[in-house]
Design a protein around this ligand. Structure first.
Ligand code: AMP
Ligand code: MG
Length: 521
């Protein structure tokens, strides 16, 4: 036996009933959690980028990655022994409405690899061709959205935000036709495939679908499988165990959302089919980072009307989504009390995480209610002044508690008029903040370190991603690799990287991919 060959143990397939039919024929799949389906081979696989951290975690050495077979496998053209491809069945609430069966329309899981640390890691190709769940679409993904998913997965990890990971980005050598803004302007774009990695890709919608169909036995099997596979630390049985499990999902979701709010991340499409029960950020589509601070901002033009998934509403949306999950799980409970307790745990955890993050972002030993108000006032100033969220927090690290000077904030504004309009309240706020710092037990170096670890400097701004995409579409992957390197250490300021810590340039104000993104990918 080749001891360097990856080992697979596809537990999901043994724990849960599969579809008796294999292949991509489009259909409703009843009574099954997954369908066997092979990736559709592509013309000319080329490995465009890969994550050394994820490769190491999975036990691949660099020579294996360099091997031509690696690109073949992660393009869907070949399988390692032990891989057994499937597409998962799930439903979801999309933009507030129940959408019925959705499923992996273009994601195909290859298997659960046993990693270098002995953990199981599900490997999933995104863009690997049609499945029973493709609903008339092509099952493919374009290079631009694949680069965005690849870079952001790894960027989020290095920011300390729970997320699915990305092993590889492979170009397919085939074009994919997309109408980016659904306005009658289709064009051919280069295709690509990302290999995503997570202990599990089960979503809220994985449980909602059998519940919606009255398939209570399957629902129960899915919960049992999820607990056995992904929550082995939970003990007990019956409703008590299920209640603990739901509470865990709620707590993890709250922690994840608090991180999003801390770093300024907007997911863009928080449908229940895009929320992981592991509490990891999942499905990178039209996401973005807040620049000129605005809680009402969403990068997703598909959601421009209702702005359901704007930055400031993400905590409430997650709660709404958890409520849909609770509703789906209710047939497994005689009494709804444990589900209500889980929802309450979400709120309590989110409040606690927010308090922790407010203290860290402001550089305080701990935050009391008055500090939360100070934080609110600061956010209001950022909004009124149109100040760049990332740069503003970093600039605040340089405030001297004895002689607070607004000069450190000179570079964070986008609009001189709005800058001028907030000068007075800004001065007042800085005085109050400086007084608060003088009363705090943290020394100046301690404060600087604490703020520096909570306020990233380098984030994947849409226009930075777009610059890398523009080059990659011309065949130059240098921009992707450079961003990968910068975002590996987002909290440490380094000379020479000023470009990556810059405000959005004017050219990006009205450029597709920067100020406007759609679900088209
Ligand atoms: P998303 O909004 O990307 O999370 O996708 C919602 C649903 O549409 C999921 O079931 C996806 O698998 C499916 N989907 C999105 N794009 C495609 C595509 N190009 N081909 C097939 N299915 C797709
Ligand atoms: Mg999705």
């Amino acid at each position: 036996m080749d001891t360097t060959a990856p080992q697979f143990d596809n537990r999901l397939l043994t724990l849960l009933p599969g579809d008796p039919e294999s292949g991509p024929r489009r259909r409703e799949v009843l009574g099954a959690a997954w369908s066997p389906v092979m990736p559709t081979p592509v013309a000319a696989p080329v490995l465009l980028a890969w994550s050394p951290e994820v490769a190491a975690m999975l036990g691949f050495d660099p020579a294996q990655v360099d091997d031509e077979g690696f690109a073949q496998v992660f393009a869907g053209n070949a399988l390692y022994a032990g891989m057994q491809p499937w597409a998962a069945n799930y439903g979801g609430h999309q933009f507030g409405h129940w959408a019925g069966q959705l499923g992996d329309g273009r994601a195909i899981s290859l298997g659960e690899l046993i990693g270098a640390d002995g953990r199981h890691w599900e490997l999933q190709l995104k863009g690997a061709g049609p499945t029973p769940y493709s609903r008339g679409a092509d099952g493919r993904a374009v290079l631009r959205s694949s680069i965005r998913e690849f870079l952001c997965s790894e960027a989020m990890h290095h920011l300390g935000v729970p997320t699915t990971r990305a092993l590889s980005l492979v170009g397919t050598g085939e074009d994919v036709v997309r109408d980016m803004f659904y306005d009658g302007h289709p064009r051919a774009e280069p295709g690509a495939i990302v290999c995503r990695v997570s202990p599990s890709f089960l979503r809220f919608g994985s449980f909602e679908l059998p519940a919606s169909r009255g398939e209570t036995a399957l629902l129960k099997q899915m919960v049992d499988a999820c607990i056995a596979r992904d929550f082995p630390e939970l003990k007990g049985q019956g409703e008590a165990l299920y209640g603990d499990w739901f509470a865990q999902i709620a707590v993890r979701t709250a922690e994840m959302i608090a991180h999003w709010m801390r770093v300024g991340f907007v997911h863009g499409v928080m449908n229940t089919d895009n929320l992981s029960v592991l509490g990891v950020t999942l499905d990178y589509g039209p996401y973005g980072w807040v620049e000129d601070f605005d809680p009402d901002w969403t990068p997703n033009t598909t959601d421009a009307q209702g702005r359901r998934y704007r930055f400031g509403t993400q905590p409430q949306v997650a709660y709404w989504n958890l409520s849909r999950l609770a509703q789906a799980l209710s047939p497994l409970f005689a009494d709804v009390q444990p589900l209500q307790a889980g929802l309450a745990a979400y709120q309590a955890t989110f409040v606690a995480c927010t308090r922790r993050d407010v203290a860290a972002k402001l550089g305080l030993a701990a935050a009391d209610d008055a500090d939360l108000q100070l934080f609110q006032r600061w956010q209001q100033l950022m909004q009124d002044g149109g100040m760049d969220m990332t740069l503003t927090w970093r600039a605040l690290m340089r405030i001297d508690a004895n002689t607070p000077d607004a000069g450190v904030l000179a570079e964070v504004f986008y609009d001189p008029e709005r800058q001028h309009a907030v000068q007075e309240p800004l001065q007042q706020w800085l005085q109050d903040y400086a007084a608060r710092l003088r009363a705090d037990p943290l020394s100046a170096p301690e404060r600087f370190a604490k703020m520096g670890a909570a306020n990233p400097l380098y984030v994947l701004r849409n226009w930075l991603a777009q610059e890398a995409i523009d080059r990659a579409e011309q065949g130059d992957l240098g921009g992707v690799h450079a961003l990968q390197d910068v975002l590996r250490d987002p909290y440490t300021e380094r000379p020479g990287l000023e470009h990556y810590a810059g405000k959005r340039p004017a050219w990006a104000d009205n450029r597709a991919g920067c100020s406007m993104l759609s679900c088209s990918s």
